[in-house]
Design a protein around this ligand. Structure first.
Ligand code: NAD
Length: 478
């Protein structure tokens, strides 16, 4: 397969460069070819999005919803094919990727229905015979910048609410999710999206992302990716005074209290840390354990880690596959080296494949480092879990909050009081009791505090707030 741009209703092959995409599960195998765009392609996409705006905005939200519903049906029909491509491109196990595609279908259906739901309020006026009400109007042209770790769901959780609110889009997918982005664009095109409403521009962040932020007449931008890039995007958006949203990194903690039910806590911690090979913004990477249960927890965790099946992403049995790319492999391996050198190894899973065949990193659990150690403070974005023993609940909360990030946090306890205190005191946008740190549902707000986000939220009704603006209207009919 080859990636293509979709601009102004036309498929195009940009010519600024090429990237061969190896399969991260088996790097001898080529999945496809990515054609990279130049600045001129981005500018053309911006012009197309501006030109399409009035037609798309003047359609009723119900009619826009019909397109999203059709896209949901088409994605459902192509779910196997899309999941297979995305798993091959970025290495997420096929069973998990099918779940991600299903999430995308649900998001399309959810936002399709928003086209016929109430979208404003009537507010009593102080003068008689005045009708005062609010309505939501589109922002205009919205730039979407997405990462590779959820190649289907993240783009849809931005595209679908942006479209139902009446915006047109320039979308810049991550370099190593470009084939999946081409397939997803095809679904929306086949669903009948008018020309120019969605413009997909494939290429590098430093070229396409930069030109999008610098030169396209955007009215808003929604970004998901690293904190480093997100802060830059936020700065550029603030300078232009356009609405922006940046969803960024995490260093999420799971707290295991002495009264935790280990049958719940251990699988949830393992799943939080190791599904998607730890490459989720909400992945569990710090596990804070009360001293009274430490040894029992470690014993149960070791057993669970020993049973993990680490194999090819296309193997149905794989609990986790490789990391996504050569760059990811290098970055995560450097953290693993530090962990093996400076921490104590608690458990490490065995690989069920030849390690040299792909970007495989064996899941690793360590302890014996202090709370200021880089393993505890920096986002690893790989299958590495650090255990931090603590005396009691108060210390657990202090350690949990001792990070610049604030995306998600969980506590495992049978004690209602402790669970509720945790929900009050943990500094994270998504806080959970007896549930893993990842897995917040699509119909609920998603986002972080502190350096994890611009303090906006995605998904659920929150996305409609972002992708629209409020007009306050008043009519005197006396
Ligand atoms: P990244 O920041 O490297 O890239 C994200 C996107 O930004 C890519 O499309 C990239 O090409 C683009 N980009 C790069 N430089 C740019 C520039 N100068 N201007 C504009 N765009 C530019 O992140 P990544 O490696 O793709 O994704 C992993 C990161 O994403 C992790 O930090 C993870 O925590 C985060 N993430 C956050 C969430 C969330 O909702 N909070 C969800 C998923 C991933």
């Amino acid at each position: 397969m080859e990636s293509r741009n979709y601009i102004g209703g036309e498929w195009m092959t940009p010519t600024a460069g090429e990237l061969v995409v190896p399969n991260p599960s088996n790097t001898q195998e080529t999945v496809g070819l990515v054609h990279l765009s130049a600045k001129e392609d981005v500018l053309q996409a911006g012009d197309a999005a501006v030109a399409a705006l009035s037609k798309w905005t003047s359609m009723t939200p119900g009619a826009r919803g019909e397109v999203l519903l059709k896209a949901a049906q088409l994605l459902e029909a192509r779910a196997e094919e899309v999941a297979h491509l995305a798993s091959s491109e970025m290495g997420k196990p096929i069973t998990e990727m099918k779940g991600e595609v299903k999430r995308g279908i649900n998001l399309l259906r959810y936002y399709a229905a928003e086209g016929v739901r109430a979208f404003g309020s009537v507010i009593p006026a102080s003068q008689q015979q005045v009708l005062q009400y609010t309505k939501r109007v589109p922002l205009g042209v919205v730039g979407l910048i997405t990462p590779w770790n959820f190649p289907i769901a993240i783009p849809i959780w931005k595209l679908a609410p942006a479209l139902i609110c009446g915006n047109t889009i320039v979308w810049k997918p991550a370099e190593n999710a470009s084939l999946s982005a081409t397939a997803l664009t095809q679904v929306l095109v086949d669903a009948g999206l008018p020309a120019g409403v969605l413009n997909t521009v494939i290429g590098q962040g430093s070229v396409v992302g930069q030109a999008l932020m610098d030169e396209v007449p955007l009215d808003a931008v929604s970004f998901t990716g690293s904190t480093q890039t997100g802060l830059k995007v936020g700065e550029q958006a603030a300078r232009r005074n356009i609405k922006y949203q940046t969803e960024m990194g995490g260093k999420n903690a799971a707290v295991v209290l002495a009264d935790a039910n280990l049958d719940i806590a251990v699988p949830a911690v393992v799943s939080g840390a190791f599904t998607s090979a730890g490459q989720k913004c909400t992945a569990t990477s710090r596990v804070i354990v009360e001293a009274g249960i430490y040894n029992r927890f470690v014993a149960a965790l070791r057993d669970a880690v020993n049973e993990l099946y680490v194999g090819s992403a296309l193997d149905q049995k794989s609990y986790l596959g490789p990391v996504a790319s050569a760059a990811q492999f290098e970055k995560v391996s450097a953290f693993v080296d530090v962990a093996l050198r400076e921490a104590n190894e608690v458990a490490q899973a065995r690989l069920q494949v030849n390690p040299a065949s792909g970007y495989y990193v064996a899941p690793l659990v360590v302890d014996g480092v202090g709370v200021q150690h880089p393993l505890v403070q920096e986002e690893v974005f790989g299958p590495l879990m650090t255990l931090l023993p603590v005396r009691d609940f108060d210390e657990a909360i202090a350690v949990c909050n001792d990070t610049v990030y604030g995306l998600s946090a969980s506590v495992f306890t049978e004690n209602l009081h402790a669970g509720m205190r945790f929900l009050d005191e943990a500094q994270a946008g998504m806080v959970r009791v007896n549930l893993e740190t990842s897995g917040v549902e699509y119909q609920a707000p998603f986002g972080g505090m502190k350096m994890s986000s611009s303090h906006t939220r995605e998904q659920g009704q929150a996305a409609l707030d972002f992708y629209s603006q409020t007009k306050t209207c008043a009519v005197y009919y006396g």
